[in-house]
Design a protein around this ligand. Structure first.
Ligand SMILES: N[C@@H](CCC(=O)N[C@@H](CS)C(=O)NCC(=O)O)C(=O)O
Length: 204
């Protein structure tokens, strides 16, 4: 199977870190798509990913999976150990709850801020909006504080153990560098959690 990705892009990184945490990165052929060269906008790539986004996973039977969380779900099923998305009903619900909160309320807010504010994003976000950027920045900063409060009483994001929710949060903290922001250096609990995650080595 083939995984289309872009170096340093957060959604593909989420999948790559997930696979590495399972010790299965070598199970996929990696193919690089350069977003900044608009390689994802070609007709050839749109045949693989109709929304012209990375990551995209193409299975050996030709099936295309083009949402990062759905790709992770697929890998969690075919490579069951270590389980990263929940082993029973309660764990599945708790991990999904936190993973979706991190994705929708932190990652997406940060991405909206970045895409609307950073000059390098002008070709991809047309037109950029200062108002959207300001609103999303506020929401991202607010959510970082909420996550820090959650981590004051929790070693991991969900279910008392390492999961995709930690991977999604780790990717988001790293992505924040593009706006010269390091939430894990400002917020103590997030900082402690971030050091522990770095020590696990899944980010390569
Ligand atoms: N919901 C999608 C989002 C994928 C996405 O937005 N990927 C970005 C890279 S991190 C992309 O392909 N951007 C290209 C563009 O905006 O033109 C997923 O989770 O896979």
């Amino acid at each position: 199977m083939k995984l289309y990705h872009s170096p340093l892009a957060p959604n593909p990184d989420r999948v790559i870190f997930f696979l590495r945490a399972k010790g299965k990165l070598e199970a996929v052929d990696l193919e690089e798509i350069q977003i900044m060269k608009l390689e994802h906008k070609t007709d050839e790539y749109r045949d693989i990913s109709p929304f012209a986004q990375v990551p995209a996973l193409v299975l050996d039977d030709g099936t295309k999976i083009t949402e990062s969380r759905a790709i992770c779900t697929y890998f969690d099923n075919i490579f069951p150990e270590p389980n990263l998305m929940g082993a029973d009903a309660k764990e599945k619900a708790l991990i999904e709850m936190w993973d979706r909160r991190v994705e929708l309320m932190f990652f997406l807010q940060f991405a909206t801020w970045f895409r609307n504010a950073h000059p390098a994003m002008a070709p991809l976000e047309v037109p950029q909006s200062a108002e959207s950027a300001a609103k999303a920045e506020k929401a991202a900063r607010r959510m970082a504080v909420k996550i820090d409060e959650h981590l004051a009483d929790n070693e991991y994001m969900a279910a008392g153990r390492f999961s995709i929710a930690d991977i999604t949060l780790y990717v988001t903290c790293g992505f924040c560098r593009v706006m010269k922001w390091a939430p894990h250096k400002e917020l103590a609990n997030l900082g402690r959690w971030h050091e522990a995650m770095t020590a696990r080595g899944f980010a390569g």
